[in-house]
Write a protein that binds this ligand. Structure first.
Ligand code: CA
Length: 241
């Protein structure tokens, strides 16, 4: 396939770059990375991307200024990536001509959905993302840290590039946590989503499954950093800071 969608990713946070290069690659996108605003403009000229993913806070030149500059010469779809609490900047970015925005931390699937949506909006030939052997419904998610990758379709899990075998409920539990990375999920929500009506009231079942999951994905299961406990509330799959 020669018509993969080329994405210019302007991002200076290494953890996001790593996760996105892998995750978007799996989705069939061809990713070019710029580490600051000046490089973003240079690579924009050199690579003529189909879409720009633009972090708001970039070294050397802000995402807003990059956006303004690109808009002066191109209608390429631009998605701004903003941090929490920067609503004003988000408004400015949209005024500068960004097509959409996502707020960190975001889920890969949410980002890809927005990317496909803005790509569909451009008139003319819509570039098709994804290798030909894959269907449009394929979904992959990558934890923002890149340590854990969940292939939802094939129900496979890779931890630090090694495949790990999970039982069915463990997989479902991990999937829900990864899909909601960065957010606390209450015990009730997790129990309801994973066990639903099958749950027979043993309050320890969830904790036992969390413990097993940690033993399979954490470097040191006794001091977990991927799945953390939020005391009195529930659990959270951590995104890197
Ligand atoms: Ca940044």
């Amino acid at each position: 396939m020669t018509d993969a969608v080329r994405v210019l990713l302007a991002e200076d946070e290494e953890s996001f770059v790593d996760a996105l290069v892998v995750g978007l690659g799996h989705e069939g996108f061809d990713v070019v990375v710029a580490r600051d605003g000046v490089e973003a403009l240079q690579l924009f000229e050199r690579t003529a991307p189909d879409l720009v993913l633009l972090d708001l806070m970039l070294p050397r030149m802000s995402g807003i200024d990059v956006c303004r500059s690109i808009r002066g010469r191109s209608n390429v779809p631009i998605i701004m990536v903003t941090a929490k609490g920067t609503e004003i900047d988000t408004v400015v970015a949209l005024e500068m001509g960004a097509d959409d925005y996502v707020t960190k931390p975001y889920r890969l699937r949410e980002l890809v959905a927005r990317m496909r949506a803005v790509l569909r909006r451009i008139p003319g030939e819509p570039p098709s993302a994804g290798p030909g052997s894959r269907g449009a419904g394929d979904t992959h998610a990558v934890s923002a840290g890149g340590e854990v990758r969940v292939d939802f379709d094939q129900r496979r899990v890779f931890v630090r590039d090694q495949e790990v075998q999970l039982r069915r409920k463990e997989f479902e539990l991990l999937s829900i946590l990864v899909e909601n990375a960065g957010r606390v999920l209450t015990r009730d929500v997790l129990i309801d989503r994973v066990w639903g009506a099958d749950y027979i009231g043993d309050t320890k079942t969830l904790d036992v499954h969390i413990k097993r999951l940690r033993s399979r994905i954490e470097v040191d299961p006794s001091s977990p950093v991927l799945i953390t406990t939020v005391r009195g509330v529930g659990y959270r799959f951590e995104t890197p800071r």
